[in-house]
Design a binder for this molecule. Structure first.
Ligand code: FDA
Length: 368
């Protein structure tokens, strides 16, 4: 018998397992994949740590979470500074003085602010009704048409005029020459990859890979006092109210032998409509790699169908209501606790998932 049976070895499951094990609880972790780590898994290709399920950059303001991850591996000084490529013209992101200089040739914050203000006033929509109107009224037409419109339409598979305004509440604009994408105090990439970090979290804990909870549900339900479930919530309840929807991404990953530096940056967004992918990731740059080869991944954003990898929850009314019904069922369970991005049907960054797991583990420890 185990004290805790944990479905999923992603950051939520691994953080729970590590914290509970340290308090003397006996845990079993399973994962249906052939590896640990969930979506943060990195795979070594020709000495390069490839982010198998999309680029993962760790950033947080939470010192406790930062100290927690740094207790397993050292982090490097990587700072996310994406480049946008619009039909061959390059721009720095997020929108900052470098972007404004590249767009208009303006050199002072005052000139940039005046330019943006002029375009906002020219547009003159007081009550934006869709994403396009919202974006132009926040940042003006030039930045919208060059850096937002086509990229957003590729991401969502819908016209910006058909997307709700609330998706963009505000657009981060900086009137300094600062290309750092995040505002957080702490940022970096684990030296040696995320897999190494999760391996250390799960050290001396029993883990069974290639093991799907649903293939042996009765057995797994009987082997522990409590279950921590990090897989899809709708599946747990046999889709009794229907499927929750997601956006998914497919990755085309290629090893380029003999190419030591393909694009000079880890992240390049393609903000035009003609390029079918949204961005290219060159993995070695996350760790300042000096290998003779390189690995790149093109990312294609796609409509999700049941069976596809569920990546981004769809935050609309229909899915919100559906999730609320599943959550009511989950809350009524006494033996099972639901957590993580799939079980809570919520986009979480890594630091948020770790924080949530630390809080839940603490609550269990205090009450168990
Ligand atoms: P996760 O999905 O990682 O783990 C769940 C695990 O459960 C998986 O290993 C799965 O195989 C397993 N499982 C599912 N069903 C099962 C079953 N039936 N039986 C057994 N096992 C089962 N965050 C950030 O901070 N910075 C970033 O740059 C990014 N980038 C990013 C890019 C993309 C494309 C995505 C989709 C997400 C990000 N994230 C991110 C978010 C990050 O990926 C996320 O916060 C964590 O991976 C969530 O960890 P979980 O443990 O909740 O889920």
């Amino acid at each position: 018998m185990y004290d805790f049976f944990i479905v999923g070895s992603g950051l939520f499951g691994a953080t729970m397992a590590y914290t509970l094990k340290n308090r003397g609880y006996k845990c079993l972790v399973i994962d249906k994949r052939s590896h640990i780590g969930g979506n943060v898994y990195t795979e070594n290709m020709n000495g390069i740590n490839v982010h198998k399920y999309g680029a993962h950059i760790f950033h947080t303001n939470n010192k406790r979470v930062w100290d927690f991850v740094n207790s397993f591996v050292e982090f490097n000084r990587y700072t996310n500074s994406p480049i946008a490529n619009y039909k061959g013209r390059l721009f720095n992101l997020p929108f900052n003085m470098n972007t404004f200089y590249q767009m208009w040739g303006v050199t002072t914050p005052e000139e940039a602010a005046t330019k943006i203000e002029h375009q906002r006033n020219e547009f003159g929509v007081e009550n934006p009704q869709n994403l396009e109107e919202q974006a132009i009224s926040l940042i003006g037409k030039d930045i919208y048409h060059t850096l937002i419109k086509d990229y957003t339409e590729k991401q969502w598979g819908r016209k910006c005029t058909e997307l709700p305004a609330f998706i963009i509440q505000r657009l981060p604009v900086r009137f300094t020459f600062d290309n750092n994408y995040f505002n957080d105090t702490y940022q970096g990439i684990p030296i040696g990859g995320y897999t190494k970090m999760v391996e250390r979290m799960l050290e001396s804990i029993e883990v069974r890979l290639n093991t799907d909870y649903f293939e042996n549900r009765k057995y797994f339900d009987s082997i522990a006092d409590k279950i921590i479930y990090t897989s899809e919530i709708d599946r747990y309840f046999d889709y009794c109210y229907g499927h929750l929807e997601y956006r998914t991404v497919s990755f085309e990953t290629n090893l380029l032998e003999g190419v030591s530096n393909y694009q000079g940056n880890a992240v390049v967004n393609y903000t035009d409509a003609e390029t079918p992918y949204t961005r290219i990731i060159e993995h070695k740059h996350f760790e300042f790699g000096q290998q003779p080869d390189t690995v790149i991944s093109q990312e294609y954003s796609k409509e999700w169908r049941p069976g596809d990898e569920p990546y981004y929850p769809v935050n609309d009314d229909h899915n919100g209501k559906l999730y609320a019904k599943y959550k009511a069922l989950a809350d009524a369970q006494t033996k099972v606790l639901f957590g993580g991005r799939l079980a809570e049907y919520k986009y979480y960054d890594m630091h948020q998932v770790i924080e949530k797991a630390l809080v839940l583990a603490e609550k269990i420890i205090n009450t168990h």
